[in-house]
Design a protein around this ligand. Structure first.
Ligand code: UD1
Length: 332
C-alpha cells in the first residue's frame, strides 16, 4: 500500500512515517520544510533502512502538488502538514487560515482529480474548546469557545472533509484528534526540536534543562486539581503514530472521528517531578499567573478508538520523558 505523508519531516509526521515503514508500507513524504529539516529523512533511514521518496512541495501550490500525485498512484494520504503554534496563530491569523485551510483544499482538489479516496487527517482535541467537561468524547460538539485561529483551522478543516465526503461517496476519511503528544522515538534519532521559543510544556522543559531558557514558569498553581496545577492527557508520540496505522488498517466508507489520547490526566507538577527523577537534577521553576484559555483538566475518553480501531496507548509519561532525554543526548 502506497501512502503519502504530508508534513512527514515534522514531529508527528516523521514518527508516523517510521511506524508505517516498520509495518511494511510504501511511504513517500511531502513537506515544505518551513518548520522541519530534510535531514530528518536520513534519520528515518537510519531507523528503518529505507529512505522515503521526498517532495519539497508546499500544498498551497496546486500544480506542484498535482505533479506529486502524477508520479505515484497513492492508495491513501496521511495529512499532517500545517502550522501549529497557538500563540503565533493569534498574531498571524491569515497566515494560519491560508496555510492550513488553503493547503488542505488544494490537497483535496488534487486527490479528487487523481481519484485518491482515502485520507487520514491530523486534527486536535483543541476542536472541543471549553465545554466545562474533563473527559472529552467524540460525540461532543466541536467549535465551541475555541480560543485561537490554530484551533479554528482544525475545526474548519474537519468540516471541509465531512462536506467533501458527503458529496463524494467513494471518498473515506478518518479524523484523529490528538491530545498532548510528547516523547521521541526509542532510537533517539527523532524527536521534537522546534525552531525558536516553543509553546508546549515538554519542549519548554527541555530548553530549560539544556540552559537555553532560565526557568519554567508554571502557569498557575491555584486550579481546582489535586496539586493546583493543570492536568493534561499526555500521549507518547510513538503510541500516537501507531494510532494512525490502526486507523489506516480500519478505514470505513464515510468519515470516522477518533480521539487519540490515553484517558489519563497528569499534572504539570507531576511532569516536572518525573523529569527531575529521570535527570537527577532540579529543574528551575517559578509559579506564574494562569495562562489565558487554559483548562484546569482536559483528557480523552479514548474508548471509541479502543473499540473500533483496536488501539490504545501502551507507553507512559515517564517513558516519554526517558525517550526525550535519550533524544536530547543525540542533539548534543
Ligand atoms: C496546547 C494548545 C492546543 C494544542 C496543544 C498541542 C492552547 C489553548 N492549546 O494545549 O491547541 O493542540 O497545545 O500539544 O494553547 N504549561 C506551563 N508552563 C509552560 C507551558 C505550559 O505551566 O511554560 C502548562 C499549561 O498551562 C498547560 C500544560 O502545561 O496546563 C500543557 O500546556 P501545552 O503544552 O501548551 O498544551 P495545552 O495547553 O494543553
Amino acid at each position: 500500500m502506497k501512502v503519502l505523508v504530508t508534513g512527514g519531516t515534522g514531529y508527528i509526521g516523521s514518527h508516523t512515517a517510521v511506524e508505517l515503514l516498520r509495518a511494511g508500507y510504501d511511504v513517500e513524504v511531502l513537506d515544505n520544510l518551513v518548520n522541519s529539516k530534510e535531514s530528518t529523512l536520513d534519520n528515518i533511514e537510519k531507523i528503518t533502512h529505507i529512505k522515503p521518496k521526498f517532495y519539497k512541495v508546499d500544498l498551497r501550490n496546486y500544480d506542484e502538488t498535482l505533479r506529486v500525485f502524477a508520479e505515484t498512484n497513492f492508495d491513501a494520504v496521511i495529512h499532517f502538514a500545517g502550522l501549529k503554534a497557538v500563540g503565533e496563530s493569534v498574531e498571524k491569523p491569515l497566515e494560519y487560515y491560508e496555510n492550513n485551510i488553503g493547503g488542505t483544499i488544494n490537497l483535496l482538489r488534487v486527490m479528487d482529480e487523481t481519484r485518491v479516496g482515502k485520507l487520514i487527517f491530523s486534527s486536535s482535541a483543541t476542536v472541543y474548546g471549553d465545554q466545562g467537561a474533563k473527559a472529552y468524547d467524540e460525540k461532543m460538539t466541536t467549535g465551541v469557545k475555541i480560543t485561537n485561529p490554530y484551533g479554528w483551522t482544525k475545526a474548519m478543516i474537519e468540516q471541509i472533509i465531512r462536506d467533501y465526503a458527503k458529496a463524494n461517496p467513494e471518498f473515506s476519511a478518518t479524523i484523529l484528534r490528538y491530545f498532548n503528544p510528547i516523547g521521541a522515538d526509542k532510537s533517539g534519532l527523532l524527536g521534537e526540536d522546534p525552531n525558536g521559543i516553543p509553546n508546549n510544556l515538554l519542549p519548554i522543559i527541555t530548553k530549560v534543562y539544556r540552559g537555553e531558557l532560565s526557568e519554567l514558569t508554571i502557569f498557575g498553581d491555584d486550579y481546582p486539581t489535586d496539586d493546583g496545577s493543570c492536568k493534561r492527557d499526555f500521549i507518547h508520540v510513538t503510541d500516537l503514530a501507531l494510532g494512525h496505522l490502526a486507523a489506516l488498517e480500519k478505514m470505513h466508507p464515510g468519515v470516522r472521528t477518533y480521539n487519540l489520547g490515553s484517558g489519563v490526566a497528569t499534572s504539570v507538577f507531576e511532569v516536572v517531578k518525573m523529569f527531575n527523577e529521570e535527570t537527577g537534577e532540579e529543574l528551575p521553576i517559578k509559579i506564574g499567573k494562569r495562562r489565558a484559555g487554559d483548562l484546569a483538566e482536559f483528557y480523552a475518553n479514548p474508548s471509541l478508538a479502543e473499540k473500533e480501531l483496536e488501539w490504545k496507548t501502551k507507553l507512559t509519561v515517564r517513558d516519554a520523558i526517558k525517550d526525550t532525554l535519550n533524544y536530547l543526548k543525540n542533539l548534543e
